[in-house]
Design a protein around this ligand. Structure first.
Ligand code: ZN
Ligand code: ZN
Length: 244
């Protein structure tokens, strides 16, 4: 398979309101994580950091311009690969051990990472069989209700276990903006990983339904409206209730 040069690996799209979407377009859509950059007055926030197969700091200058907190929505390989490049790293308590001691198994690199998830491979020396996430011990442990303060923007941590035990969403009440991670996006959801939990998933969805979100930026797939958000959650809850 063809390889992509490091300078072509990331795509950067400014989507307004100080938010930038950074993606890895040569990873197939289903496996491609959204990396969100939020500009704050005093510091910036990064929500997730991609697979880590190309340096984010080196190739996306935006993330190294200012003081920045790198938050992990959760610790699957596609979301935390570049966390080790940042000085300030935050994760929910339930996945702090995972961020500090990632393995191919516990990050789901095994079984997901194979050449077939790419349309073109990352630059040398990348190899799917040797791929592993680097350790990035958290410098801040998050819990439900904690605040990430960027100076002029405030994000509340909403613990949303289910997809994984330490999954979080980040809620900005002022703009009704939600970064939802992998618990909810506009595409096929994953509810059956080794540390998924069906009862937690259901409770998280019920809780999310009560948030008056206007715009939602998920862990995968394009962003969507609050209307779509409520529809996707309601449909999901209806389906579960029918099969219960
Ligand atoms: Zn995930
Ligand atoms: Zn993911």
């Amino acid at each position: 398979m063809e390889r992509v040069a490091a300078d072509k690996w990331y795509a950067v799209g400014h989507i307004g309101d100080g938010i930038t979407a950074i993606t890895e377009p040569f990873i197939q859509e289903f496996y491609r994580c959204n990396i969100w950059h939020v500009r704050g007055r005093d510091r910036d926030m990064l929500v997730d950091s991609g697979m880590g197969v190309v340096s984010l700091r080196e190739w996306v200058p935006l993330v190294s311009e200012r003081d920045l907190i790198a938050v992990a929505s959760h610790t699957h390989f596609d979301h935390i690969g570049c966390h080790h490049e940042f000085e300030c790293r935050a994760v929910h308590a339930a996945e702090a051990d995972l961020l500090a001691n990632p393995t191919r198994k516990n990050t789901l690199a095994d079984p997901y990472v194979v050449d077939e998830i790419f349309d073109a491979l990352p630059p040398e020396p990348y190899c799917s069989k040797c791929y592993a996430v680097k350790k990035a011990t958290a410098t801040r442990i998050l819990d439900d209700g904690d605040i990430i303060d960027l100076g002029d923007r405030i994000f509340e941590v909403v613990h949303t276990p289910g997809h994984s035990p330490g999954g979080i969403a980040l809620w900005e009440a002022k703009t009704a903006t939600l970064f939802s991670g992998d618990i909810l996006y506009d595409g096929p959801l994953i509810e059956d990983t080794y540390h998924s939990n069906a009862a937690d998933y259901f409770a998280s969805m019920e809780r999310l339904l009560r948030l008056p979100a206007r715009i939602v930026h998920g862990g995968h797939f394009p962003s969507f409206s609050g209307e779509r958000y409520r529809q996707v959650i309601s449909d999901w809850l209806d389906n579960k209730q029918k099969s219960m």
